[in-house]
Design a protein around this ligand. Structure first.
Ligand code: 16G
Ligand code: ZN
Length: 588
């Protein structure tokens, strides 16, 4: 398989990288775009090996640097079910990219760690000699960065060296690509593997629920939503969705004919102005970290409250916010914690309504960054299980997979909802029973009466369609938006009502640069420090001596930047800032 003559001369590792190590971290490989083409080439080789190890199922490659500046780029591989590259392969990626002798490293991987897979593949090839020859299957997509196409070319050259077959999806959001990979490997049972299929599945499920909502004049739901596209790919895709939503005719839907409002999506920071720059002064990361609105915010002129949200550069994160005119334009942020509490609370109600709460369990997965108020609300008021794991989507995703319904969100707005096979089957079976019983009914009676006026039937109906409105492969700003809007509309809730579910404690995030950030070791999902030995006691003492009743602080080495991150929260912003600064002093 690995024929040294086929390794291209074109994408040689530059000499300045010969004694540097870069690693496949939580965000894959990510750095300045002009230092990446040789990395992409090697990732093309790795993608083929990964596909071979998975019986030639499709492996995805997303070219993006997410919320990072436009000049950066990066690459992440996607496993057959649409989740991130398996952890055991991260070290192969790091080894291949850092190798100063590519052929030797490739050969060594194939003859040792990957021996079984390669042998099996080669035997299959021999057995199939007269039939169809199996080749590694890869799909790729990229975001709107100017560097994307050249990097795509390098990746393609790499995979061709190992006879890989490539499907290029071109411009897509990261979660769209994850979705396509899952569709391709499951014979379309998850959906059709193209963009129309993605949007069809979502809009169809969305309308099934939307058309059943009784919008009354007293409801406080705001059907206008202003979306900050971070000047990236998410802007184009949400515009497409918005066009689809507004073009659906109400005759197609089981409504009683009364006029339903539409969800009006207004996109700003869409990257179409010459001065627009990806993620610059806008987007979910900017809004969350700076705790302020993005540039070009379309403010209302009539004093009416507006509901906003921001995507990040590859549209896998979303945060909501609003300005309260009655409080001198006070800015309120509804981050991943608020989204997960809204979603989990609603799922809890639906499970109770459908009388399934003793059959299907529910859990919220958070990280140490989750606001203490959210954890308190989930555990002590909602009585839902909350689980805490280390930072990084893969940790949240794996933990959420342990439950029948796992709702996971990082405070930064990345998250989704996972349903186990068991939960899906129960919901599908009960829903099919429901539909069987209703076969005789006239359609308008069915929806307007039979389902709508019965809590068990209605809850089941919503559960079935809400689940089809979720991208279960990875956090997806577009599907998260639809789910949040549906829940707010069903609850006749304004964004301010949602915000009042609980009040966030003031928090502060700071970073400290030290010589070697890896001297800091943590445990208990990064909430406590084990090394240096005295550091945790010192943090505990500061927290204890703070005047605040609710103080909390932790430190952890960043996985993406050469810094140590410090987090603090307390009763007031002043006490929070004081605590955060004191903890920084300890780290220096
Ligand atoms: C990466 C992670 C994100 C995490 C962030 C933390 C993925 C896809 N992304 O962007 O989930 O919040 O790193 O960065 O896993 P830090 O370690 O520098 O604080
Ligand atoms: Zn992102």
């Amino acid at each position: 398989l690995v024929n040294s003559k086929r390794i291209s001369e074109q994408y040689q590792k530059p000499t300045e990288f010969m004694d540097k190590t870069i690693s496949y971290g939580t965000a894959g490989f990510r750095t300045k775009a002009d230092e990446l083409d040789w990395v992409m080439y090697r990732m093309g080789l790795l993608a083929c090996l990964r596909s071979i190890s998975q019986k030639c199922q499709y492996i995805g490659c997303m070219i993006t640097a997410s919320h990072n500046p436009e000049e950066d780029n990066g690459c992440k591989l996607v496993d057959p079910m649409g989740d991130m590259l398996h952890e055991s392969w991260e070290s192969y990626a790091t080894r291949l990219v850092n190798s100063n002798n590519l052929q030797d490293t490739l050969k060594s991987l194939c003859e040792n760690e990957l021996k079984e897979f390669i042998e099996e593949f080669e035997n299959d090839q021999k057995a199939n000699r007269l039939g169809r020859v199996q080749r590694p299957n890869i799909v790729a997509a990229y975001d709107t960065r100017p560097s994307s196409e050249a990097l795509f070319k390098a990746f393609k050259t790499g995979l061709e060296a190992l006879d890989g077959v490539l499907v290029n999806y071109g411009l897509m959001t990261t979660p769209q690509l994850h979705y396509m990979v899952r569709c391709l490997n499951t014979n379309s049972s998850y959906g059709e593997p193209n963009e129309d299929g993605y949007f069809d599945k979502l809009t169809c499920a969305f309308f099934k629920i939307w058309s059943m909502i009784e919008f009354n004049n007293n409801g406080k739901y705001e059907s206008d939503l202003y979306v900050d596209g971070s000047n990236g790919i998410g802007a184009d895709k949400i515009k497409k969705l918005s066009r689809l939503i507004s073009s659906v005719s109400f005759n197609d839907k089981p409504s009683n004919g009364s006029s339903q409002p539409v969800l009006n999506i207004h996109v700003f920071n869409d990257g179409k102005q010459p001065s627009d720059k990806l993620n610059h002064l806008c987007g979910a990361d900017f809004v969350k970290v700076q705790q302020k609105p993005p540039n070009n915010l379309p403010e209302s002129s009539d004093g009416k409250l507006r509901k906003y949200c921001s995507f990040d550069g590859d549209a896998d994160r979303i945060v909501y916010y609003y300005l309260d005119k009655s409080e001198k334009n006070q800015f309120y942020l509804l981050d991943g914690d608020k989204i997960s509490t809204l979603v989990a609370t609603h799922f809890r109600e639906l499970l109770e309504g459908a009388q399934l709460n003793d059959k299907i369990n529910l859990c919220i997965v958070q990280t140490a960054y989750a606001n203490g108020s959210s954890t308190n609300f989930i555990e002590n008021i909602m009585k839902i299980k909350a689980s805490c794991v280390p930072t990084g989507v893969k940790h949240l995703h794996h933990e959420a997979q342990k439950f029948d319904i796992g709702v996971y969100f990082e405070a930064n707005g990345h998250g989704t909802i996972l349903l186990s096979q068991k939960a899906e089957s129960i919901i599908e079976e009960r829903y099919a029973d429901l539909m069987k019983k209703s076969e005789e009914l006239d359609e308008s009676v069915l929806f307007n009466d039979w389902i709508k006026n019965d809590r068990v039937r209605y809850s089941l109906y919503v559960l079935k369609h809400l689940k089809d409105c979720i991208n279960q492969t990875v956090g997806d700003a577009i599907t998260d938006l639809l789910v949040v809007e549906l829940i707010m509309a069903m609850k006749h809730m304004s964004i301010a009502d949602w915000n009042q579910m609980y009040t966030d404690l003031p928090s502060r995030q700071l970073k400290v640069k030290i010589k070697d950030r890896n001297v800091i070791r943590t445990y208990d999902a990064e909430r406590r420090v084990s090394q240096p030995a005295e550091l945790q006691d010192k943090i505990d003492n500061l927290v204890k001596s703070s005047e605040a009743k609710m103080a909390r602080s932790f430190v952890r080495p960043s996985g993406t930047e050469d810094v140590v991150r410090v987090y603090a929260e307390a009763d007031t912003q002043e006490l929070t800032d004081k605590l955060a600064k004191q903890v920084c002093q300890l780290v220096y």
